[in-house]
Design a binder for this molecule. Structure first.
Ligand SMILES: [Zn+2]
Length: 333
């Protein structure tokens, strides 16, 4: 778990417990990730209510009081992950106090793009609904720059991830979201889509659970090395990211981190490749941290072609971009 362009050093969920608004199943309908029948949640087990479904008998685990609504017959995550602890398949640093987390913050800096986009997301979604319900996918910790989402008392947040934390309400695999159609006014998915096997299926699920005109905010790496070890699969150019969200109308899109940050990451990974340990590589890479200040002088088109990551803020649409429009999308941006 290192080097993600947004903060993967996991923090506590600010002052607000996501699940503090009452029992989850009384707030929204949960459905079985395998057969889509309703799910009932008990203290130590959750069950599919369709007696023909395998999860009616086997049930779903409950970790730290949160149901694990994963179809284990069709997921990279195994039931055995959720027998004890928080269910995480890799080590986490929930306090953000470890040396690696602190070095990570120093080298990567803040994420002002996410802060600005979070403000826009909140303004837009509150104009559409009096008390918007927002799903956070990969919300085991607060995404870097997403603090405004958690601090806004007018937003009902539903936090999900593949491990339990104070920021999550339930655990699920985003390829099969355990929610009915049209449940959410917005979806926030930050530094997640590189970690799923099939991002196009995940985005299709996001489209399904969003209401008409619902909002999406996504940040996904582009020029970034492998992080979170075995759980890292995909990267997106700005155009590829736009195509991923082709059933959404674009409100804003662009680079998150520039080529300078990506170059500092490359130096660190080069040092790692030369056999230096993780901590030594991070310490030496700190000598080059000044390079990321060059990002402020980068030209937008060239910076987008070499960005560390990209973002997309959009609105659910009934139509899709045409393949033919993708050349002009690059040339006009
Ligand atoms: Zn079922």
């Amino acid at each position: 778990m290192d080097g993600c362009f947004v903060d993967v050093s996991r923090g506590n969920c600010l002052d607000r417990l996501v699940g503090s608004e009452g029992r989850l199943e009384s707030r929204l309908i949960l459905i079985c990730p395998r057969c889509k029948a309703r799910v009932s949640v008990a203290a130590d087990r959750a069950f599919c209510t369709d007696s023909k479904c395998i999860y009616a008998g086997q049930g779903f685990p409950v970790v730290d009081g949160q149901p694990v609504l994963i179809d284990f017959l069709d997921s990279i995550f195994q039931r055995s992950n959720y027998k004890e602890g928080n269910g995480s398949a890799i080590a986490r640093d929930p306090s953000r106090s470890g040396l690696r987390s602190r070095l990570h913050r120093f080298v990567d800096g803040d994420n002002p793009v996410a802060v600005r986009n979070c403000r826009s997301f909140l303004a837009l979604i509150k104009a559409q609904s009096r008390r918007p319900r927002v799903l956070v996918i990969g919300g085991g910790s607060v995404g870097k720059g997403a603090e405004g989402l958690y601090r806004d008392p007018d937003i009902e947040l539903i936090g999900t991830d593949v491990y339990a934390s104070s920021c999550t309400d339930l655990l699920c695999d985003a390829h099969k979201l355990p929610f009915e159609d049209s449940t959410f006014d917005g979806v926030w998915v930050q530094a997640v889509l590189e970690h799923v096997l099939d991002p196009h299926i995940v985005v299709s699920e996001i489209h399904r659970v969003l209401r008409k005109d619902g909002l999406i905010y996504a940040e996904t790496p582009f020029m970034q090395q492998v992080h979170e070890r075995a759980y890292d699969f995909t990267r997106f150019t700005p155009s590829g990211h736009r195509w991923l969200f082709r059933r959404f109308e674009e409100i804003a899109a662009g680079p998150v981190t520039g080529p300078g940050v990506a170059l500092v990451w490359s130096i660190r990974y080069l040092l790692r490749s030369l056999g230096m340990g993780e901590k030594i590589s991070r310490l030496i890479a700190m000598l080059f941290v000044w390079i990321r200040w060059l990002d402020r002088f980068c030209q937008s088109r060239m910076a987008a072609d070499a960005a560390g990551g990209v973002f997309f803020l959009g609105r659910r649409s009934e139509s899709a971009l045409s393949a033919a429009s993708m050349v002009s999308y690059y040339e006009d941006s």
